[in-house]
Design a binder for this molecule. Structure first.
Ligand code: SAM
Length: 279
């Protein structure tokens, strides 16, 4: 059998292997082949890529990636789905040598046997941000990718300072990559139909702004700034720096107004504060 998965086959596989999609694992499967091809195209996957998929589910996107990538690595937490995936791929004419399935919680994956170059995933909604940030951190070979997430999360990932949706994920993601919107996806292409809207976010990795020590310090400051986003920076960082006076001093010597709120600062400003603190 060639071609991608269709709605009928997806339901048939799920029924046969006894999978009833659960909310807990964010199991909303894409049942539209055109959407899968569109996502893979947006990620610019090419024949030299090792594509990484987190949460392949029944394989809709996986097959679309197998059509173009040199290899696909798929990380799936649900053992029943992980076992069935190579069988589905083979039935659709793809060599088993092109696919590696890792049966694991993505949040526990720190290394992979083959270095991935591009990430394409319809991410499980409850862990989408931590999973994305984790893979950007742990796999520097990932040069780019497209992830499908809840629209509200997509807005946060691409938000700029001074907007309502700007927060810790927006700033942290830009440490690793340039983030941009890659469009929306209708609810009807999923089974079961979710009660939230979904969007695509594209990322392209850039050179890191500093070493791991600076990143960790910067992320600590970002977390403190957004834990109390209505507070001025000197107040938000007072616990971290041993009082608001000390915090004011560090922030001011980084050339930033200590009365500003974190939501007005961009990554470069947080890095300046972290650098000043390290001196
Ligand atoms: N990629 C498939 C598609 O587009 O049809 C399925 C996407 S579905 C939104 C999310 C998938 O992630 C499910 O297959 C679910 O079992 C899996 N999943 C959920 N939590 C996970 C985790 N922590 N690590 C790895 N996979 C996970």
């Amino acid at each position: 059998m060639s071609g991608l998965l269709g709605a009928a086959e997806i339901r048939e596989i799920a029924e046969r292997i006894g999978v009833k999609p659960t909310k807990k694992l964010g199991q909303n499967f894409v049942v539209d082949a055109n959407t899968c091809r569109r996502i893979v195209k947006a990620a610019e996957v090419n024949s030299s890529d090792v594509a990484l998929e987190i949460g392949p589910g029944l394989g809709s996107l996986t097959l679309a990636m197998l059509e173009v990538a040199s290899h696909v690595v798929a990380v799936e937490i649900d053992e029943r789905l992980a076992i069935e995936l190579p069988i589905t791929a083979q039935r659709h004419g793809f060599s088993s040598e092109k696919l590696t399935v890792v049966t694991k919680d993505a949040m526990d994956v720190s290394e992979l046997a083959i270095a991935p170059t591009v990430l394409v995933a319809n991410l499980p909604y409850n862990v989408s941000v931590p999973v994305l940030l984790r893979f950007l951190e742990k796999f520097p070979t990932l040069r780019a990718g497209v992830v499908m997430v809840q629209s509200e999360v997509a807005d946060r990932l691409v938000a700029k300072p001074n907007s309502k949706t700007y927060g810790s994920p927006s700033v942290k993601a830009t440490w690793w990559a340039d983030m941009s919107s890659a469009g929306t996806v209708g609810r009807s292409i999923f089974w079961p139909v979710p009660n939230v809207d979904s969007s695509l976010v594209r990322f392209v990795r850039h050179a890191p702004a500093g070493d791991e020590e600076l990143r960790k310090k910067t992320f600590q400051i970002i977390d403190a700034a957004f834990a109390q986003r209505r507070k001025m920076m000197r107040g938000a960082l007072s616990d971290l720096f041993g009082g608001s006076g000390a915090a004011s001093e560090v922030i001011a010597s980084a050339g930033i107004d200590p009365t500003i709120r974190g939501e007005a600062l961009e990554l470069g400003d947080f890095i300046k504060i972290a650098t000043t603190l390290n001196k």
